[in-house]
Unconditional design. Structure first.
Lengths: 767, 168
């Protein structure tokens, strides 16, 4: 293949194609779309976290003028299914879970859907909800995963154990490892439920097209839920079409089915278009959360700082339904020992059902939780050994060619020493301490996979064609959730075909019209669909250059596509316009398009209880460095500096990469300091954005990003994924900085002012 | 339950320099009327209770959460939405800078951010970063970490000042 010699577009900071429409208010998000004759859907939610449904009377609601349909579990063709949650690969090993559309007989968490209404106006639909009579008999629930594991605990799903999955990772001999250690630190860490808090709540519109196809235009990260929706309705898969809108934020919260099934049912039963948009309160109550974990860590090291052993026990709260809990836990298992060389490792993990809100994907997908623990442990070890926290990390960082505890060899660059130095040096001069304000600095590194688990046979498809006038069309089923997923593809094609970005049009996210590209999850789109699009563009390029070579009587290897021309790289000055070449190709009947399939490397996982071998295609490594000011009197923490230094492989669009790292850093800062969905016996106490606190502009420092480009990723042009990795190590970096400032370690996120003040008080009392 | 007779009246709203009419009920929010009755879907709803700022518009030049204003209260006042700020043919410098600086990711908060920024620059053409942060403190953004939004507003203010001094 004819390689590009000099990159013209890749790596430059270039605005995205979708930014203009968004700035002008023209982008049509899910709720901005309406249809003639459209009804409005509403969902009746359970008021109890655990209760038996004695009966449901919908007759009054049905009689309300303007109500078109009221549906309960008995009206759903297939209300319950054992699902793989959008995955095509049959796994076994506890990866499947129950998907129940509407609660039947029992409710398992507060906010579970019990009934659906469609009415002529939103107001009538809301009134109808109040007219549905549900008789509940409250049942004892279980709200703590440790309680839920006990044999006599109430069963969340009757007749089934609350323990969903148990995994282990074993390397070496853990007793031997601790006997070799000169120092051991042992601590328990806790992290909370977290909401995605995207600004756009779950929303969509569904209708039946003239051909009888159920069509759902929805804000989603996964258009391929069309299969699951079809199964619920009892329809063939090809009779349900999902069109993904530009998404107003996803972060994993729109990875599972949200409104799709409800919409499909309501439109199916009424024959009318239906819109359903969650309220903010409903969104916080009812969609998945990031898993809270309890993490017991024991880490041992030699006097010189070399790690000898790491033992960890991870317990995650799956909430009331399984969803992606086993997958998230598997990610945590692989990441739990961190990016460190440790001869003896033992990790146990389990995920447990409770009557809390269900938990599933959230940016980082199981990587940030253990990172908080293993990076806090590294600083605790450094303290005990009187070593510099950077030095102890550098002694132990894994390098390219070495193996994780699972045995997976890191085949690509591990630039942790560079990211550590980069992040630390950027902190610059330490801020001066004044009065009650104590200044502290901390640093943490992390590893996060990108691309899905290698035993899933992940694929992506992309279509690239060149039109008769030289403009270019891309069609691919990529969902764009704001990370620039679609526009990065344009940049790749512009580079390969030598056309300006304005001449490229990308059509995305339509199961009927765009080749399926898989989910916008797992930081996989640039890697998977970027590679597929690159392959497709290269095929088109090959066709064009071969024909141009014939026309110019030159070896195609000499030719390049630059600025809509075919040029001779060896400087003869000969050239052809792209249009001329396209026309000749067309009249010669050559294909001016290509559909490429990119297949991720496949390796089997032989068994799921004990995780061994390769699990991910590659990892992204990075470091966050933080400087904080802690007010010893009030416990208030201000993050003064926040540096994010990552090996991004290669920046495809510099603006997008920086944007991901900046946004991810602040997402991680919220995790560290303020964000917690507080549940008390299954009842959410924080159902609004004034109670669930995401960082505002007044809370944030100017995040400084430093990109290291090793060129050694598995994405196009050597890129790595950064969307999720960008969050991973912020919270422990902040925690380490707070500890540096006031000498107190907080083991539970978020590190609120109250916890700091309590910590200071306890420390004084001990003295 | 019988349907009550619709209470309310026709309200004339001056939106982006044009008069538009809608039949509104007394308790109806301006946001609801703008989005659902007048098709101004460029005004976004993020929470419906004044926590997120996605529905920010300018009411007589003052940034307000349109979910906290009743349609009746907006009668006779100038309403500016992001579509009145600039058009594809004539983009506002703030819009251009948001695009150029990479301040837009998912974009859902952007109409609100732009209007809060516009109100700031009208009052204070030379804001420092702290003043910019304060001006958009009611506009949550979950994607960007705010840095590029603040950069864009800072840059736009410089550009606007240059344009003003050119005119003088």
């Amino acid at each position: 293949m004819n390689e590009k010699t000099e990159l013209k577009i890749i790596g430059k900071p270039i605005p995205r194609h979708d930014a203009w429409e968004k700035a002008l208010g023209l982008t049509c998000y899910a709720d901005d779309f309406s249809m003639p004759g459209m009804l409005y859907g509403k969902v009746l939610r359970s008021r109890y976290p655990s209760a038996r449904i004695l009966f449901v009377d919908t007759s009054k609601a049905e009689r309300l003028s303007g109500v078109r349909v009221v549906l309960t579990a008995k009206d759903v063709p297939q209300n319950e299914s054992v699902t793989r949650f959008g995955q095509t690969h049959t796994m076994g090993g506890g990866f499947e879970g129950l998907y129940r559309v509407l609660a039947d007989k029992k409710v398992h968490f507060m906010g579970e859907a019990v009934a659906l209404v469609a009415a002529e106006t939103e107001e009538i639909a809301r009134r109808a909800l109040g007219l549905i009579k549900v008789d509940y008999q409250p049942l004892p629930g279980v709200f703590d995963p440790i309680e839920a594991m006990k044999p006599d605990a109430p069963q969340v799903e009757e007749g089934k154990s609350n323990i969903v999955t148990h995994y282990e990772v074993v390397k070496g001999n853990i007793e031997e490892g601790f006997s070799e250690a000169d120092v051991v630190v042992e601590n328990t860490y806790r992290v909370p439920f977290v909401d995605h808090a995207y600004l756009e709540a779950e929303s969509g519109v569904a209708w039946i097209d003239e051909d009888g196809v159920i069509t759902i235009r929805v804000s989603t990260q996964v258009i391929e839920h069309f299969r699951g929706v079809a199964d619920v309705l009892g329809l063939p898969h090809n009779r349900v079409r999902v069109i993904g809108t530009y998404v107003g934020g996803g972060f994993g919260g729109k990875e599972d089915i949200t409104v799709e099934t409800f919409l499909a049912l309501l439109t199916f039963k009424t024959g009318r278009p239906v819109k359903l948009t969650y309220t903010r309160e409903e969104s916080i109550l009812c969609h998945s959360k990031r898993h809270p974990y309890i993490m017991e860590y024991k880490t041992g090291a030699k006097k010189d700082g070399r790690l000898t052993a790491l033992q960890a026990k991870l317990i995650s709260d799956a909430g009331a339904y399984v969803y992606l809990s086993p997958w998230v836990l598997l990610y945590s298992m692989v990441d739990a020992a961190g990016p460190y060389r440790i001869p003896h490792v033992k990790i146990d993990g389990c995920t447990v059902l409770t009557n809390n809100t269900f938990t599933s994907a959230n940016r980082g997908f199981g990587a940030p939780q253990p990172c908080f623990a293993y990076e806090s442990q590294m600083d605790e070890l450094a303290k005990k050994l009187k070593m510099d926290p950077i030095e102890i990390r550098k002694i132990n960082y894994l390098e390219k060619g070495e193996a994780l505890a699972t045995g997976q060899i890191l085949e690509h660059q591990v630039a942790l020493k560079e990211t550590t130095d980069g992040a630390f040096h950027a902190l610059g001069k330490k801020t001066h301490e004044e009065g009650n304000l104590k200044i502290g600095r901390g640093l943490a590194s992390g590893m996060t996979s990108y691309g899905r688990m290698v035993f899933l046979h992940d694929t992506s498809r992309s279509y690239v064609s060149i039109e008769m006038d030289g403009s270019v069309t891309i069609r691919t089923g990529v969902q764009d959730i704001g990370g620039g997923q679609a526009s990065s593809l344009c940049h790749i094609v512009a580079e390969i075909l030598g056309v300006p970005l304005e001449d490229i049009k990308v059509y995305i996210a339509d199961t009927a019209l765009t080749p399926l590209a898989g989910t916008t999850t797992a930081t996989r789109q640039l890697y998977m669909s970027g590679n597929a699009t690159l392959m497709a563009a290269q095929e088109v390029r090959k066709t064009l250059l071969k024909k141009a070579g014939e026309m110019m009587r030159m070896d195609p290897e000499r030719l390049d596509l630059v600025d809509q021309e075919v040029v001779d790289r060896e400087g003869s000055g000969k050239s052809l316009t792209l249009k001329e070449v396209v026309k000749v190709c067309a009249s010669d009947g050559l294909p001016l398009y290509h559909v490429a399939l990119f297949k991720a490397p496949f390796r089997n996982l032989t068994q799921y209880e004990r995780i061994e071998g390769d699990v991910f295609p590659d990892f992204t490594f990075g470091t966050h460095a933080v400087e904080v000011a802690v007010d010893e009197e009030t416990g208030k923490v201000e993050v003064l500096k926040l540096i994010s230094c990552f090996d991004v492989g290669r920046a495809i669009n510099r603006l997008s990469v920086e944007g991901q790292l900046e946004g991810g850093a602040i997402y991680g800062m919220g995790y560290g300091l303020t964000e917690e969905v507080i549940l008390e016996k299954g009842v959410t106490l924080t159902p609004s954005l004034s109670e669930y606190l995401v960082p505002t502009s007044m809370d944030v420092p100017d995040v400084q990003t430093i990109l290291i480009e090793s060129g050694d990723g598995v994405g196009p042009f050597g890129a790595k994924g950064v969307g999720e990795p960008s969050v991973c190590s912020v919270a422990p970096a902040i925690s380490n900085a707070i500890c540096d400032a006031i000498g107190i370690r907080i083991f539970d996120l978020p590190i609120t002012s109250e916890k700091i003040v309590r910590g200071i008080k306890e420390k004084k009392e001990v003295r | 339950m019988k349907d009550k007779k619709q209470v309310g009246k026709e309200v004339i709203l001056k939106i982006n320099g044009r008069e538009e009419k809608a039949f509104c009920q007394p308790g109806e929010t301006l946001l609801h009327v703008l989005r659902n009755k007048l098709n101004h879907t460029e005004v976004k709803e993020g929470c419906g209770k004044g926590d997120c700022g996605a529905c920010t518009i300018l009411l007589d030049g003052i940034p307000v959460d349109s979910c906290l204003v009743l349609a009746y209260q907006a009668e006779g006042k100038r309403i500016l939405t992001v579509k009145g700020l600039g058009t594809p043919e004539k983009m506002h410098p703030l819009q251009k800078k948001f695009v150029e600086k990479g301040a837009i990711q998912c974009g859902f908060c952007i109409p609100g951010q732009l209007l809060s920024a516009e109100a700031l620059l009208e009052k204070n053409p030379k804001p420092c970063r702290e003043e910019i942060k304060r001006a958009i403190s009611g506009n949550l953004c979950r994607c960007t970490g705010y840095k590029k939004i603040i950069d864009a507003i800072e840059d736009a203010s410089q550009k606007l000042r240059r344009t003003m001094s050119d005119k003088r």
